[in-house]
Design a protein around this ligand. Structure first.
Ligand code: FE
Length: 342
């Protein structure tokens, strides 16, 4: 009897060991990503070829992934979280969903304004939120800043997507940081007053609305212009060629930039693999793929820009550390509501 029990105990231990080693499989990294680009999947495959570490990718809407991480808690299989917005990275950190990364490599490659000061997240690509305008109807000399877009001369001519959009929420946080809540409310009211139509569609749709004559100037992220200029659809390419790109606020704080960011989740079973993947995404080769194929700016300061990004021109970015925008996100949402920016 005594002997049988001991055999049972040993069997139990063996089974337990197998279960444990499965959940911390050394050759896997589980990624929850709010980004949906071909570049990412291509780079994950390349990472697997180089390291033997399989990337198990879960793609969903960023807010759904944040909810999922909260619900799963300590049992979450996620090792790494990716999102296309600094605001959502900050909120995830504040909810306790992230843990600090090893700082050594990231500190060397990524400028301080593009990452969390305690390395809970880092940007791995950079985007500029610029003006796109119809070259036949707008002289770029008339354009200057996000603020100037509220002047009466732009009444009925401005296109911008909904305030539910993360890019606009983080842009708003930067306006609150620059002007305070009262100033930001005035700005939002001025933009709403000048809108060509009530917000609808994504950034790409704003550019198409210019081409359709709905409005003359749109607030969009630069990489959408890269995607349109290189679209397999000839109509999209033609639309993009009619458009100019203008970097606002070059005479004061600079153009608002946002990041796509990566982080290690709080309970990552494969923490080291997540760290390796983040460092891989920051490597010159991966950075060039993001820049050449998705038209995003490299976050790695040592990586050169490809031709199209150079053609759009050098610009002064708003250098406020992105982590400082976190405290302005909630007030910004209230301001959007008050201004009637749906
Ligand atoms: Fe986007």
């Amino acid at each position: 009897m005594h002997r049988i029990l001991r055999v049972k105990d040993i069997l139990f231990l063996i089974v337990l060991t197998i279960i444990t080693s499965c959940s911390t499989d050394e050759n896997i990294v589980n990624v929850y990503s709010g980004r949906h680009y071909q570049t990412d999947e291509q780079l994950f495959r390349e990472f697997t070829r180089e390291t033997g570490i399989r990337v198990n990718l879960v793609k969903a809407d960023t807010d759904q992934l944040i909810n999922r991480l909260e619900l799963e808690g300590v049992n979450s299989p996620a090792d790494m979280f990716i999102t296309a917005d600094a605001g959502r990275m900050i909120q995830s950190m504040e909810k306790g969903l992230l843990q600090p990364m090893n700082a050594e490599v990231i500190r060397q490659l990524v400028p301080a304004n593009l990452r969390d000061p305690n390395f809970y997240w880092t940007g791995f690509t950079k985007r500029a939120r610029v003006f796109v305008y119809d070259k036949s109807r707008v002289n770029p000399d008339e354009l200057s800043s996000y603020e100037e877009l509220t002047s009466e001369k732009w009444a009925g001519r401005v296109l911008v997507r909904s305030s539910q959009n993360h890019y606009n929420q983080t842009l708003m946080a930067s306006i609150v940081a620059a002007h305070g809540q009262d100033g930001a409310l005035d700005w939002a009211k001025g933009i709403v007053h000048n809108m060509a139509q009530s917000p609808r569609g994504n950034d790409r749709d704003q550019v198409k609305a210019i081409a359709a004559g709905v409005g003359d100037v749109a607030i969009v992220n630069t990489y959408y212009m890269g995607l349109l200029l290189n679209s397999p659809n000839s109509e999209e390419r033609n639309i993009a060629r009619q458009m100019g790109i203008f970097f606002p606020n070059q005479n004061d704080r600079g153009t608002h930039i946002n990041i796509s960011g990566a982080a290690i989740t709080a309970y990552a079973p494969n923490r080291d693999n997540a760290q390796r993947l983040i460092e891989y995404l920051l490597s010159p080769g991966a950075q060039s793929v993001f820049a050449e194929q998705n038209y995003e700016y490299p976050a790695n300061k040592n990586v050169a820009w490809p031709a199209l990004l150079k053609e759009w021109g050098r610009f002064n970015p708003d250098t406020i550390p992105l982590d400082q925008l976190g405290k302005h996100l909630q007030p910004g949402m209230i301001i959007f509501n008050q201004a009637g920016w749906n």
